[in-house]
Write a protein that binds this ligand. Sequence first.
Ligand SMILES: Nc1nc2c(ncn2[C@@H]2O[C@H](COP(=O)(O)OP(=O)(O)OP(=O)(O)O)[C@@H](O)[C@H]2O)c(=O)[nH]1
Ligand SMILES: [Mg+2]
Length: 301
Amino acid sequence: MSAPLPSAFRCGYVAILGAPNAGKSTLLNRLLGMKIAITSKRPQTTRTRILGVVQRPGAQMILLDTPGIHQARGPLNTRIVAAALTAMEDVDLLLWLVDAERPDPEAEGFLLERLPSAGPPVLLAINKIDRVAKAQVLPLIDAWRRRHPFAAIVPISARYGTQLEALEEEMTRLLPEGPALFPEDQVTDQPERVIVTEMIREKVFRLTGAEIPYSTAVTVEQFKARPDRALIDIHATIHLERDSQKAIVIGKGGAKLRQIGEAARMDIQRLLGAKVFLKLFVRVQKNWTRDAKAMERFGYP
Ligand SMILES: Nc1nc2c(ncn2[C@@H]2O[C@H](COP(=O)(O)OP(=O)(O)OP(=O)(O)O)[C@@H](O)[C@H]2O)c(=O)[nH]1
Ligand SMILES: [Mg+2]
């Protein structure tokens, strides 16, 4: 007796879209089993498209994490949202993430209008179901089903890993047959030093308040590994828009900056699998979020 034929390998690009704070980056990290995308409880954490390759026995899913889609105000946010909308082009599948607990009608309406009528299938994941009563889930699915002909709707919790096998199954089913496009051991196309800048930006996001996170950009000036990679020397700069912000980020006697540096160093060590020496500088680049040249220099195309 012959064994049943294995089903064909599937591979394709999946854009993860949704309102700010829906949990897109959390989901990417969860599916990858490692942290490459930064997350925070504030909206508009992600600023660029982040690629992660999820490798499974029968499939390779190339995920694009995108900035939250919203009606942008200001030049920086306009660029950021444009980056998210561009990610919708030329993918094999759109994975739209919505927040079960806190819908965002403005962003959802905005995105609903922009879903291509002819184009890749749209898979809806209703995230954060850990935050709502079980009895609310089915009515939510029904309500969403009436809004758009989704290829499938899966309730999940990205943070706790609930129902992610079901989600992966639907994703795989909706991807085209074809060979892997990335090597088996590749996780992302982002250079290590770019992820390092993001890890530092995340700590500023999480450890400072008010407008500081949105006025922050990070660059890495030095990234030097000792020959055996036993220690990596990193010098990075936190750029802010105003002198008053610089004082806050440095903190009393440098305490805030030390806290940011220490938290970032832990994440970076985990990412690089090596001991890290991290030196942080703080600089003011007046109103950089309105300056096209500065935005480009800081990696926002
Ligand atoms: N309770 C709960 N919280 C979640 C879940 N998924 C994500 N979160 C939280 O929601 C917040 C936003 O998560 P992110 O992954 O940064 O959201 P995002 O969609 O990438 O946000 P932007 O990059 O700003 O567009 C964080 O505090 C996460 O911990 C979930 O399934 N359940
Ligand atoms: Mg994000």
